[in-house]
Design a protein around this ligand. Structure first.
Ligand SMILES: [Zn+2]
Length: 125
């Protein structure tokens, strides 16, 4: 297999722009979800004594909390990817150092591992 081409500066810049855009959306999402979880917590605190209603409020609260947690994790991944761009290691697999496939980066710009390592990771090495 031919060596994979390294990313050009322009490509990295494009990735950075789309990451920063996604980051901004996520920050908005986290704020919205946290506010929602807060409202639900308040409602859940016995304000409404219909048990069915309070059950669904706590379900909604948990959903908002887990979505918020997920968005926060993504934010960490994005920040790290931007740091790797600054360090010049963006696009390289953290385990084997190979260039990560362009298609994979397009789908998941903050990917840390190449497909091979990722697969090995999932199957338990
Ligand atoms: Zn790898």
């Amino acid at each position: 297999m031919a060596a994979r081409k390294k990313l050009t500066k322009t490509q990295i810049k494009q990735f950075r722009e789309s990451l920063l855009e996604e980051r901004e959306q996520l920050v908005g999402q986290v704020e919205g979800l946290d506010a929602e979880a807060d409202v639900k917590r308040w409602r859940d605190g016995g304000f409404d004594d219909d048990p069915a209603d309070s059950g669904s409020a706590s379900f909604e609260r948990e959903t908002a909390q887990s979505l918020s947690r997920h968005a926060r994790n993504l934010l960490v991944e994005i920040d790290d990817a931007v740091r790797r761009m600054d360090a010049g290691t963006f696009g390289a697999c953290e385990r084997c150092g190979e260039q990560i496939d362009r298609e994979r980066l397009d789908a998941l710009p903050y990917a840390r591992l190449c497909m091979d390592c990722k697969r090995r990771d999932e199957t338990g090495r």
